[in-house]
Write a protein of this length. Structure first.
Length: 143
């Protein structure tokens, strides 16, 4: 082996460790956002988070229940992207990401169907992402 190649091989483990460190550092920060827990007594009455021009209003046309579709709506002036997903504390509810679409008035909508929890639990968390704002909204279904 020639000398320059041996010299490069000597630095390879250090470069690999550095690369792994950089990847882990970026991965640790990805997907982590401050999530605000928002109390909402009744989704059909509508709820709000924020104040002034930055208020986010959201609700549903019908009371959410498993296996019954309902319309989720959200108003957030200037919002570009709105997504909703539904989880339960400590339980994987599978993939259920909904992208809300804006109508002519700028109100975002999605038709949602919650799965049935096989354990019979009824305590849900609606996770809303409005651009870079992340909200967690607990609610309970009838069945």
């Amino acid at each position: 082996m020639n000398a320059p190649f041996r010299s490069a091989l000597r630095w390879l483990p250090l470069l690999l460790l550095l690369l792994i460190g950089v990847v882990l550092w970026f991965a640790r920060g990805m997907g982590q956002h401050d999530t605000v827990r928002v109390a909402c007594a009744d989704l059909t009455a509508g709820c709000a988070y924020g104040s002034g021009a930055d208020v986010i209003e959201f609700g549903s046309d019908e009371r959410p229940n498993p296996m019954q579709s309902f319309n989720l709506w959200l108003r957030a002036p200037g919002a570009r992207s709105v997504e909703a997903s539904f989880t339960m504390e400590g339980m994987d509810m599978g993939f259920n990401l909904y992208r809300l679409r804006a109508d002519e008035q700028g109100v975002f909508h999605a038709n949602i169907t919650l799965p049935v929890c096989v354990t019979g639990r009824r305590d849900w968390i609606m996770n809303l992402r409005v651009d870079d704002t992340h909200l967690a909204v607990p609610f309970v279904t009838d069945m």
